[in-house]
Ligand binder design. Structure first.
Ligand SMILES: CC(C)(COP(=O)(O)OP(=O)(O)OC[C@H]1O[C@@H](n2cnc3c(N)ncnc32)[C@H](O)[C@@H]1OP(=O)(O)O)[C@@H](O)C(=O)NCCC(=O)NCCS
Length: 180
């Protein structure tokens, strides 16, 4: 399979596979890839959502989210970016909706990395990908709910220009960023 290197910056290589949308970013053996183009199965996605969901301030179970239903909804309607380790494990996921063409508001629904990937710059790469994809899909705003006490996630969002725009239920705030 032929890959074209688009650019090389700060140790990251960005490449595009000929004729497909499965472009990847690689650093230290980690790749950021798009589901489903990554070849990761639905079962593996579901298992990774369950595992990585345990790191959220409120786990999926605590939020009373049905895992099977949630995974299907993401697979069918959301943009899902995966971080794969060199040995093919799913070590990070971010998922966001860019399908509301009326309000043009994108909604970030899931973001979690294994501890081994934190503090490495991968989270920032993923945020950049989220913003670029939302913009490319015609969105004008990105919004997400963040737990008030999740200082690390809030700092990450703030670093990308997000600001608190409202209170949300369950000790969370809405953070938003305009894309235009
Ligand atoms: C949230 C998450 C994806 C962020 O990824 P990360 O790799 O940890 O993020 P970074 O290391 O790039 O840190 C982001 C920012 O927070 C800062 N930060 C790190 N630890 C912090 C802490 N304990 N308190 C406050 N800020 C902190 C960093 O300095 C960085 O800011 P900077 O770019 O200005 O230096 C990751 O921590 C994670 O998966 N957490 C568990 C799941 C979760 O909480 N998901 C978010 C749901 S909204």
């Amino acid at each position: 399979m032929a890959y074209y290197v688009l650019f090389h910056t700060k140790g990251w290589m960005v490449s595009l596979c000929e004729g497909k949308r499965d472009w990847q970013m690689m650093c230290d053996g980690y790749r950021i890839v798009k589901y489903p183009a990554s070849g990761v199965s639905f079962a593996a996605l579901k298992a990774a959502l369950e595992r990585l969901g345990e790191y959220l301030p409120y786990t999926l179970a605590e939020q009373k989210i049905d895992l099977d239903e949630y995974a299907r909804k993401l697979a069918n309607h959301a943009c899902v970016d995966l971080v794969l380790s060199a040995d093919g494990r799913v070590v990070g996921i971010q998922a966001y909706y860019t399908n509301d063409t009326v309000t043009r508001k994108a909604y970030a629904t899931f973001f979690s990395l294994e501890p081994e990937c934190r503090g490495t710059g991968i989270a920032k790469r993923m945020m950049r990908l989220l913003m670029d994809t939302a913009k490319a899909n015609g969105m004008s705003v990105i919004e997400g709910n963040v737990a008030k006490n999740n200082a690390r996630a809030r700092a990450l969002y703030e670093g990308f220009g997000f600001a608190v725009t409202a209170e949300a239920s369950g000790e969370k705030v809405v953070m938003s960023q305009r894309l235009e």
